[in-house]
Design a protein around this ligand. Structure first.
Ligand code: PDD
Length: 277
């Protein structure tokens, strides 16, 4: 596989980043995951807009222009022959002596790679996933897409250990989001998902799916919901760049919609894939 590191396309074995890189020592960095379908990037502009915002919130320099980043995305997809999968992009603050205070003018580190993944033909989307609930113990700025993914990673491991697929995180009694996706329920035909704020990542897929839902005359309500409300809902689902729309069929072992994917989640997935193609 060919990866990109600070201006060069190299085989992954030859890629090098300093051990003093602050991404490695402090999780001082941000990332984006853009999906690839039929060799094309999905919602690239949205991902770049969010990247700029993440960088600005952390007072980090942008490593390249959007045009240059687009060119690197395309080149990696081409060189690795990716038809379906994703491009991962990471910007860290760069290498500096280990100190909580960082010096001004450190050159950022830009790393990008591709990963093949079947997104459209997905057994998980066919059967629906099971989630558990766990407390949300992340930091307070989840709207910034940082590489601090230890808690979400532990959450996914807790889910696996419990025989489930993923975890929904709960704060002050309300669901924030999934470990790496946004969370939704459906009640009486109405789609309910938490409003935007610092408590969740502003999903690019979320924005697209809500737009498509509204265009299809579906009702959308952006407000928090509890696990109890979700367990009593008609349907539940998640969205992310690498899963699109995926139905949730059980929450803490309570089955939703008879344990089968619901019609609205299915429909939204269809519409989303249709538009992406
Ligand atoms: N995760 N919420 C969290 C905490 C996420 O990590 C993600 C994305 C999302 C969905 O955002 P989007 O629709 O823009 O992908 C919501 C990516 C896919 C990841 O970490 O691999």
């Amino acid at each position: 596989r060919i990866v990109y590191v600070n201006g060069a396309y190299v085989p992954e074995e030859e890629a090098k980043v300093s051990v003093f890189d602050r991404g490695f020592l402090f999780a001082d960095g941000v990332y984006e995951v853009t999906s690839v379908l039929e060799g094309r990037l999905l919602d690239f502009e949205g991902h770049m807009r969010r990247l700029r915002r993440s960088l600005a919130e952390l007072d980090m320099a942008a490593p390249a222009s959007d045009e240059e980043l687009l060119e690197i995305h395309r080149e990696l997809v081409r060189r690795n022959g990716v038809e379906e999968g994703l491009v991962y992009l990471q910007v860290t603050r760069g290498a500096a002596d280990r100190d909580f205070v960082y010096p001004a003018g450190v050159a950022p580190t830009l790393v990008m790679f591709t990963q093949e993944k079947q997104i459209v033909e997905s057994p998980a989307a066919e059967r629906g996933i099971r989630v558990i609930s766990i407390p949300d113990e992340r930091w307070g700025r989840r709207d910034i897409k940082t590489v601090q993914l230890l808690y979400p990673s532990m959450g996914k491991m807790m889910a696996k250990a419990a025989g489930a697929d993923d975890a929904w995180m709960v704060e002050e009694g309300f669901v924030t989001e999934g470990t790496s996706n946004n969370a939704y329920i459906v009640k009486g035909g109405r789609i309910i998902t938490r409003h935007l704020g610092n408590e969740i990542l502003h999903g690019i897929t979320r924005a697209a799916v809500l737009r498509l839902a509204r265009e299809a005359q579906m009702e959308v309500e952006e407000r928090p919901f509890t696990i109890e409300e979700a367990q009593g809902a008609d349907e539940a689902f998640i969205t992310s760049a690498t899963t699109f729309v995926q139905p949730v069929v059980a929450i803490d072992d309570v089955e939703i919609g008879g344990g089968r994917p619901g019609p609205i989640a299915r429909r939204l997935r269809e519409i989303y894939v249709e538009e992406a193609r």
